[in-house]
Write a protein that binds this ligand. Structure first.
Ligand code: MN
Length: 240
């Protein structure tokens, strides 16, 4: 059986109609790696997701807007970007429910930050203001598949197992970053300036967050193709 993988949707409220969307690269990468992607819209009672997740073998939380700082007990800084508390609540509830059900979780960019906040961690609301000496983390204007900065990977991690190397270059489209790690999470990759670029769960359940965008690199670089294959294989363990 192919694993069915839920992909949270962003809320499109700027166009002519109100709707729910997911960037096609996430869908293509899951599909290409042997999973069945299913898009989840926002619903009124997020607790209903418990029922939905009974039919799912994996959860992917994609990239998107900033996270409202009151979820980690901070006031907004001037450089905070667009927020939407509805999607924050939805995605943090999905992470908690999936974790409790033992469903593998992959968070990408905003999704990586959502996992951290859902586990009780906090974020830098804006890297350039919080760390003036930081390297560039926002390559907006470059192609999505352009590799931008280096990351160093911890040896004892799923990520090291996937990439098979101690460091590599990734793309980077973020201005927020993990500050205080959530409970039950560990840092598994950092940029040369110390910015946390990947996290994993410390327990035996598969939880991974990556600050870069492997879905834009899928099918171009083996390492990032392998990341999706590995995730789909983890999800497949449940799809029996
Ligand atoms: Mn980065």
């Amino acid at each position: 059986m192919k694993p069915v993988i839920a992909v949270s949707s962003y809320i499109a409220d700027k166009d002519v109609f109100y709707g729910y969307g997911t960037s096609g690269d996430y869908i293509k990468a899951i599909d290409g790696a042997g999973g069945i992607p299913v898009q989840l819209p926002t619903i009124k009672n997020t607790s209903d997701y418990e029922q939905v997740l009974r039919h799912m073998d994996g959860l992917l939380i994609p990239g998107g807007c900033d996270i409202a700082p009151y979820f980690f007990s901070e006031q907004p800084e001037k450089a905070l970007g667009r927020i939407n508390a509805l999607i924050d609540r939805q995605e943090m509830e999905l992470v908690r429910l999936a974790y409790d059900a033992g469903i593998p979780i992959l968070g990408i960019c905003r999704g990586h930050q959502v996992i951290n906040v859902a586990f009780g961690g906090s974020l830098y609301q804006d890297i350039p203001s919080a760390m003036p000496e930081a390297i560039g983390h926002d390559q907006s204007g470059c192609k999505r598949e352009e590799l931008y900065h280096k990351i160093d990977i911890q040896p004892a991690s799923y990520l090291h197992q996937i990439f098979g190397k101690d460091s590599l270059y990734v793309n980077s489209f973020h201005h927020q970053a993990v500050k205080q790690l959530g409970d039950g999470l560990k840092t598994v990759a950092t940029a040369p300036d110390g910015v946390i670029e990947a996290i994993e769960g410390t327990g035996d359940r598969f939880v991974m967050g990556v600050q870069f965008h492997p879905e834009n690199l899928y099918g171009i670089y083996t390492e990032f193709t392998n990341l999706f294959r590995f995730f789909v294989e983890e999800c497949k363990k449940r799809a029996i």
